[in-house]
Design a protein around this ligand. Structure first.
Ligand SMILES: Cc1cc2nc3c(=O)[nH]c(=O)nc-3n(C[C@H](O)[C@H](O)[C@H](O)COP(=O)(O)O)c2cc1C
Length: 190
């Protein structure tokens, strides 16, 4: 069981990072192998929309995505973790997701099946405000991303009202809930 965590915050050891670490730690506790991709540390170009991927499902931009595509396709579980920036994912997370248009082309244009079935995905998000619709746009993005890479949207952890770096440690349940999500993902039942 391999679990891949995509850490979309630029703030290392911030709220998203701490939540994702808890989820991955708990997954390892269940015997899973885990890997965290801190997107902000990598060089990933935005999608250039030249649609080279329509030919054979491969992007013609050479950068860190070369190593991320096989990881996305080889994981049994994928966690997308991002703070909310302007009611959406961070540009770091969104850039990685947009580059998966190449995988969209494989599935929907070239009619190739994404590898494996029963792969599960989870979404962790944190925002400062308390608005009812705070996570709606991001959930849609992550759902469509998971559909593209052949992963079921199996659960999420959405935390409101957290702003300062590391403030998540003061939340009554969030870190425990993140661990529970990671544990269940590793068990295949989030
Ligand atoms: C550029 C930017 C945009 C933000 N937009 C929102 C927003 O639309 N809604 C919200 O509730 N919080 C917003 N926030 C606050 C962050 O979501 C919040 O501080 C979060 O806890 C940061 O998590 P992190 O420590 O993992 O980066 C924004 C923060 C930044 C820097």
């Amino acid at each position: 069981m391999k679990i891949l965590g995509i850490m979309g915050s630029p703030r290392i050891r911030g709220n998203t990072d701490l939540l994702l670490d808890e989820a991955l730690r708990a997954a390892r506790g269940q015997g899973a192998e885990t890997e965290k991709i801190t997107v902000d540390k990598l060089k990933i170009s935005p999608c250039k929309e030249d649609y080279a991927c329509l030919k054979d499902g491969n992007c013609d931009i050479r950068d860190a995505m070369d190593e991320i595509y096989p990881k996305l396709l080889g994981a049994d579980g994928v966690i997308v973790a991002s703070p909310i920036f302007f009611y959406g994912l961070t540009s770091q997370a969104k850039t990685l997701i947009d580059r998966c248009q190449a995988l969209w082309a494989r599935k929907y244009v070239l009619k190739q099946k994404p590898p494996g079935s029963g792969r599960k995905g989870a979404f962790i998000a944190v925002g400062a405000t308390k608005g009812e619709k705070l996570f709606e746009g991001s959930i849609l993005t992550v759902r469509y991303f998971f559909q593209t890479i052949g992963v079921d949207y199996a659960g999420d952890l959405l935390i409101r009202g957290i702003d300062k770096k590391g403030e998540i440690r003061e939340h009554p349940t969030a870190l425990r809930d993140a661990a529970e999500l990671g544990k269940r993902l590793a068990q295949g039942t989030p």
